[in-house]
Design a protein around this ligand. Structure first.
Ligand SMILES: [Fe+2]
Length: 294
């Protein structure tokens, strides 16, 4: 078992930004000892029917960083999202920082390079990103040391990022009353997801967990923060008393009923390129729609 860096004495400042169009929560997380920050899972806006991309969400984060004189060191993608487009390159162009994702991005690029029939010019080695995290990798945000935990199952490249007494779980977990994310995308695996969640739940009970998504089940308000202890006790899919076999059965049945995410086609093409929009042979920004391939 890899030794993740847990330092419950370090309390980073976490600012959340909720995108109601995709139910995504992006974060600016600040080292308590300096002005250094990481931005987690930013969102680029798209009006897909019109083929129009805009930056309202990203500009809000940029304004927050500038207004508070913060220094962006990292732009972290917890995984290749299938439901929204990353704004990491746009924010990087304004504020700097390194774009990082799990090293299994190579697997995701290989899978979807085929789905989208990308030519040999599409590199499948993760080189579009500035940093590929391995399980247990440590990195600095100012004076704060963060670490990356590989948590496959939802996708092969999923990572949870632990920073002091908080962790950003991506889609590895949802709020306790929402359970877990689907595991039926190419490269997903319900049993592997269950095992990854169990690893997350070995973190200290008081550790604060921040979600990438929340959909406000049963009419409750949107929430994005919980704790390891609350997930262990109350998570409706993996909490107290749910076995691995139960989880696999439930998850498989549930996933078979879920619709394909509305933005999966633009999201994958952009996010597997670290948030860059693909271009056609003449250099014009262009997206494809592969037929009967997903
Ligand atoms: Fe996801």
């Amino acid at each position: 078992m890899t030794d993740y860096l847990v330092n419950m004495e370090v309390t980073p400042e976490v600012k959340a930004f909720f995108d109601p169009a995709t139910n995504t929560i992006s974060y600016v997380v600040k080292d308590p000892a300096s002005d250094a920050v990481a931005i987690i899972d930013s969102v680029m806006d798209i009006e897909y029917a019109a083929g129009r991309i805009t930056y309202e969400n990203a500009d809000e984060i940029i304004a927050y960083v500038q207004d508070n004189n913060l220094k962006v060191e990292w732009l972290i993608e917890t995984h290749v999202h299938a439901d929204h487009l990353s704004a990491a390159p746009y924010i990087q162009s304004k504020l700097g920082g390194k774009i990082g994702i799990g090293e299994n991005i190579k697997v995701v690029q290989d899978t979807f390079g085929k789905v989208f029939n990308e030519g040999t010019e599409f590199q499948r080695d993760g080189s579009q990103f500035d940093k590929l995290f391995k399980d247990g990798d440590r990195y600095q945000i100012g004076e704060m040391t963060a670490s990356a935990m590989h948590t496959p199952g939802h996708t092969p490249a999923c990572m949870v990022h632990v920073m002091g007494n908080v962790a950003f779980v991506g889609d590895t977990l949802f709020m306790p009353d929402s359970g877990s994310a689907r595991a039926d995308f190419p490269g997903g695996d319900a049993g592997v997801l269950y095992d990854s969640i169990q690893r997350v739940l070995t973190l200290p009970e008081e550790m604060r967990l921040f979600m990438c998504h929340d959909y406000g089940p049963n009419g409750r308000d949107i929430k994005w923060e919980t704790t390891v202890g609350a997930e262990k006790q109350h998570n409706i899919h993996v909490g107290h008393g749910h076995t691995r076999a139960d989880f696999i059965r439930f998850r498989t049945e549930r996933d078979a009923q879920l619709a394909v995410p509305t933005l999966i086609i633009p999201s994958l093409q952009v996010n597997m390129r670290a948030g860059e929009v693909p271009k056609d042979k003449d250099g014009v920004p262009m997206l494809k729609v592969p037929l009967n391939a997903l």
